[in-house]
Design a protein around this ligand. Sequence first.
Ligand code: FAD
Length: 467
Amino acid sequence: EAYEDFESRKHTMAPSLSPIKSHHVAVIGAGAAGLVAARELRREGHSVVVFERQKQVGGTWIYTDHVEPDPLSVDPTRPIVHSSVYGSLRTNLPRECMGYRDFPFVIRSGESRDPRRFPSHREVLAYLQDFAKEFGIEEMIRFETAVERVAPATESDGEAGNMKWRVESTEKEKKVRRDEIYDAVVVCNGHYIEPRLAEIPGISSWPGKEMHSHNYRIPEPFKDQVVVLIGNSASAVDISRDIAGSAKEVHVACRSNAADTFIKQSGYSNLWMHSMIERVHEDGSVVFQNGKIISADVIMHCTGYKYHLPFLDTNGIVTVDDNRVGPLYKDVFPPALAPWLSFIGIPWKVVPFPMYEFQSKWLAGVLSGRIMLPSKDDMMKEVKSFYATLEAQGIPKRYTHQMGFTQFEYNNWLASQCGCSGTEEWRKEMYLTTGVRRREYPETYRDEWEDHHLVSQAYQDFSLYTQ
Ligand code: FAD
C-alpha cells in the first residue's frame, strides 16, 4: 500500500508534459521562493527570467558580516544588506521537515557540510545551491540585477484577458539598464528585510544605542554591556542567549508577557524576562511595566519585519496596509490582476520551502491554463469574506498572512488544485512536535528529540527521490 502511494506521488510530482499556453515570466528574487517558482514555471513550459540583485542564489541564507550603516534600518536611502541571518543561527525546524518535497534536505557528504538535524545557516545555503544546480536554475537567473519598477504595460482586457508588464531593472550597480515586457510577474522578494520597530515612550532623548536584529551578527560587540531585547520571536530567544555569553546583563522585554512578569532565566546568571518597557529616560534608564528599572547601553528590537514592495506600481490595486498585502486570493493572486501578477512566499509561521513548492505548482498550472481560477468577482468575494472573518475574530490586519495550524489545510487545498498529494502526515506532526519542544526546551530542542519514528517515515519517503 505504501509503495503504491509513493508510486502515485512520484507520478503526480513529475513535470507536466503538455502546457496549454506558455508565457514569458519574470520572477523577482532567487531565494527559496524564487528558485522553486522558476523550476515549476519552466517545468510547465513557460520561459523564465529570474532577477536577483545579489551575486548568488539563497536570499536570506547568504550570511554576511556586513550590516547596514543605519543600525535601525529606517533610512530609506541606506544601502540594503539583504540577509538577517546571524553567525550562530541554526534552523528552528528539523531538516527533514524544512526541505522541498521532491528534493529532500538530507545529509550530503562534503567538507563543509553540517550533518546536524537542525543545521547552521551555511548548510541551508548549501542546500539551496544544490537545488539550483540540480535543476539548472542558474541559467535562468540574471545576477546582480535589481528590479527597480514593475508596472502594467497594458490594461487587462476583461475576465480572461491577457495583460503585459513592464519590468525595469538595473545591472551591476546601475551600469546596465533594461526596460522589458513580460506576460507575467512573480514576486519572490522576501519579507525579512524591512524592520518593524517597537514604540518606546521617551526614546528620542534616551542616550543609548538602538538597533534592529536585522543588523545583529555576533555577540562580541556587546561584551560587558547591558542589553535590552524587545520581542519573543525565534530571533529574540536565540539572540538573547547568544549575547548572554558576552554581555554583563541581558533583559528581554515582551509585550505579550503579563505586566508583573520578572523571571530570571534558568541556566543563566545574567538573563531576565520582563513585561514590556514602559518608558526610557534621558539618564539612560529603562523602566519596565513590572516596575524594575535598569540602566542600559543597548536596546535591540527583535520585533520582526514589514512586507515591502518598493518596485511595484499597480495603480493602487495591490497595497501593503498594516502589513497586509492585499487583496490576495489564497495569498498568491490579486484578483484584478490574476494570474498575471502573483506572490510566492507571503505566508508566515509556516514551513516555508514545501509551501512555496505547492504555491509555485499552482501558479505555473494556472498561468498555462491547465488549472482554472474562479472568476475575478468570486476571488474578490472570497478575499473580502476572509478579511471579514479576521475582523469578526478580532485579529488585527497585520496577522492576515500568519498561518500556523491552517497552513496544512492551505497546502492540501493547493495540492488538490494541482492534482498532487498534500502535506505528508509525518511533516505535519514533526512541525507540531518541534513547536512544542521549542517552547518547552529552547536551549536543547535542537540537539535532543524524541520523534525518531517521524524521522524514519520521512526517510522512507525520501528514498523515492534520493536513490
Ligand atoms: P529571501 O530568502 O529573502 O529571498 C528574496 C530574494 O529576492 C533575495 O535573494 C533578494 O536579493 C531578492 N530581491 C529582493 N528584492 C529584489 C529586487 N528588487 N530585485 C532583484 N532581486 C531582489 N525558514 C525555515 O524554513 N527554517 C528556519 O529555521 C528559518 N529561520 C529563519 C531565521 C531568520 C533570521 C530569518 C530572517 C528567516 C528564517 N526562515 C526560516 C524563513 C526564511 O525567510 C525562509 O526560509 C526563506 O528563506 C524565504 O525565502 P524567500 O525566497 O521568500 O526570501
